[in-house]
Design a protein around this ligand. Structure first.
Ligand SMILES: [Zn+2]
Ligand SMILES: [Zn+2]
Ligand SMILES: [Zn+2]
Length: 244
């Protein structure tokens, strides 16, 4: 956190240095898919070697998940193509307001706007050879999406899993799930709530994400049950995805 002197913000453990939440799916010899475009996207792509994108999927419209959309320009240039982006109708409404200059169709001197192929998510879909199952979640009052790819699911920014979504994550082997802190929060799972959801989903292994500076990496990890760990920037996991 800017201007915070707490032990976690001052920690020398690289796993306590957290950029905004996002994941990159790299299929061997195939698709390169980004979930969310954070304000840190440029730094994340440079650090972790994301050099091309077949698609971007959006979970929801909060600033920490969309404000890096303009960085798609660089992928347009490298790939000489628009990038397909997938979001729900509601999320597109706000993205189109926030990034009005990308979508208003006006010529701008000097060019330089991202080229986006708009795709609306209305259910499961296939992209770049990958089968994607959206998992509806509640982020406070707001309906948002998690995503399942084969035996892997990414459920960030959630405070409740609706009844109809539990079957969508049944049989997941690797789960990444929101756990903001220990103290109750209106729009995010606490660590205890995340652990309850993990126990019900029963993946082989689970990783907590979207932690606040309340949760230092080493000390929090030390108190988590077997098979559950804190995720960290740069964590790489193998999973079996479903081909389309
Ligand atoms: Zn702090
Ligand atoms: Zn959010
Ligand atoms: Zn968030």
């Amino acid at each position: 956190m800017i201007g915070c002197a707490c032990a976690v913000c001052q920690s020398n453990d690289p796993r306590d240095k957290r950029l905004r939440p996002s994941i990159h799916i790299a299929v061997e010899g195939g698709a390169s898919i980004l979930v969310d475009t954070t304000p840190d996207l440029r730094q994340q792509a440079l650090t972790y070697g994301v050099t091309r994108l077949d698609a971007v999927l959006y979970t929801h419209n909060h600033a920490d998940h969309v404000l890096g959309l303009d960085e798609i320009r660089r992928f347009n240039f490298v790939q000489d193509a628009p990038i397909p982006c997938y979001a729900t109708e509601d999320v597109w409404k706000t993205i189109k307001r926030t990034f009005y200059y990308v979508f208003d169709g006006l010529e701008r001197q000097g060019g330089g706007i991202p080229r986006i192929d708009v795709h609306e998510i209305t259910g499961a879909f296939d992209v770049a050879g990958l089968h994607v199952v959206p998992v509806p979640l509640f982020h406070g009052q707001m309906p948002i999406l998690g995503f399942r790819f084969g035996d892997f699911a990414y459920l960030t920014d959630c405070s409740a899993i609706p009844d109809a979504s539990w079957p969508l994550v049944a049989g997941v082997e690797t789960l990444v799930i929101d756990a903001l802190r220990d103290k109750k929060h209106s729009t995010h799972f606490t660590v205890a709530e995340a652990l309850e959801a993990i126990a019900r989903i029963a993946p082989r292994r689970a990783y907590l994400t979207h932690m606040s500076h309340d949760l230092g990496h080493a000390e929090t990890n030390a108190r988590l049950p077997r098979g559950v760990e804190l995720a960290y920037d740069g964590l790489s996991l193998d999973a079996r995805v479903d081909a389309s």
